[in-house]
Ligand binder design. Structure first.
Ligand code: SF4
Length: 328
């Protein structure tokens, strides 16, 4: 990907809160689950941005909110230079051709009563993009593109393996010629041997169709080979974002350091000490004061409890939110 590529997606201070209500007759709002709490990033045309964090950190909600499958609580979303957070549903529907999603559980996201051909062709039908003949031709081509056979179009999702079902989900996302695909943990439910095949397929398709990916995963090892840049999320916020080479070689945030220490090293002679974080991820209803990571951070100091570190540029486009990043 060229460094001069245009920005395709820009997210500014995105927030998604889910209200908590209590009461039997009258439901009162008593708080919010702050699933996404002020997230900003850009994805350039043709780039893959990896978005990584433990489950519950808000990464999937970020993906769904920026596609407006969930309405944002606050913040701005720009797609191809156009602000889309306030677009009325009719305009957003036509915009959605260009922004598709691949889901973690391919089986749950495929209608078991529809043939694979109908599933792949459904977005074309919904958006009125092709008549029956053209739709059939396109479905056949898409089956081929994702490594399936034309006769698979007449079968049902339960007749396929997990990896094949994810290929069907990818073909469906591709049917409307999107520019951006949000890949929401697309390989987490698959066997390790199949994961590599699906990641390779996504890479090939990116090259063939000039796609841009936001690739969500809970593990830094999964996004390593596919990402140009990687953003690390903790409790609703991005804590570090850098070029993938730089992030893996010189992580600045203690949370990233801990995540990296959990990746197994293939060489048995290399010893790597794993950093075990103490405690659980705190509740997003009532996140810790100051730096949200201070309750688990091995390097926390007094100031960390009081002051939320700014998400700042540490040079070379490497951004981090830690008071002591340069000492880590
Ligand atoms: Fe740890 Fe403090 Fe940095 Fe937060 S600001 S990551 S608590 S050292």
């Amino acid at each position: 990907m060229g460094t001069q590529a245009e920005v395709l997606l820009k997210v500014e201070n995105l927030r998604k809160y889910f209200p908590i209500r209590k009461g039997i007759l009258v439901q009162r709002k008593v708080g919010d689950v702050k699933a996404v709490d002020g997230v900003s990033f850009e994805v350039k045309q043709g780039e893959t941005l990896g978005l990584v964090g433990e489950s519950g950190c808000g990464k999937s909600t970020t993906g769904r909110t920026l596609l407006r499958l969930m309405e944002p609580t606050d913040g701005k979303i720009f797609f191809a230079g156009k602000e889309i957070n306030n677009l009325p549903p009719s305009q957003m529907r036509s915009m959605r051709n260009q922004m598709q999603m691949i889901f973690q559980d391919p089986y749950a996201s495929l209608n078991p009563r529809m043939t694979v051909g109908d599933i792949i062709g459904e977005p074309l039908l919904i958006h009125g993009l092709a008549d029956n003949v053209k739709r059939e031709q396109k479905v056949r081509k898409l089956l081929d593109v994702v490594g399936l056979s034309p006769y698979h179009g007449a079968r049902y999702p339960h007749e396929f393996s997990g990896g094949q079902r994810q290929r069907i989900g990818i073909a469906r996302a591709l049917s409307v010629n999107p520019k951006l695909i949000v890949c929401d943990e697309p390989v987490s439910a698959l066997d390790v041997s199949i994961q590599a095949q699906v990641v390779n397929l996504l890479e090939d398709l990116q090259e063939e169709f000039g796609l841009t990916y936001l690739f969500i995963a809970h593990d830094l090892s999964v996004v390593k080979h596919i990402s140009d840049r990687v953003a690390v999320m903790y409790l609703g916020k991005i804590v570090e974002l850098a070029n993938y080479d730089e992030l893996y070689k010189s992580p600045l945030h203690p949370y990233t350091v801990a995540l990296l220490s959990a990746i197994p090293v293939p060489d048995p002679n290399t010893h790597k000490e794993r950093i075990i974080l103490k405690g659980d991820v705190p509740s997003p209803v009532n996140p810790p004061s100051g730096c949200r990571f201070h309750t688990r951070c091995p390097r926390a100091q007094e100031v960390c409890k009081q002051t939320d570190p700014e998400f700042r540029d540490a040079g070379n486009g490497h951004q981090v939110a830690c008071h002591f990043a340069e000492q880590n």
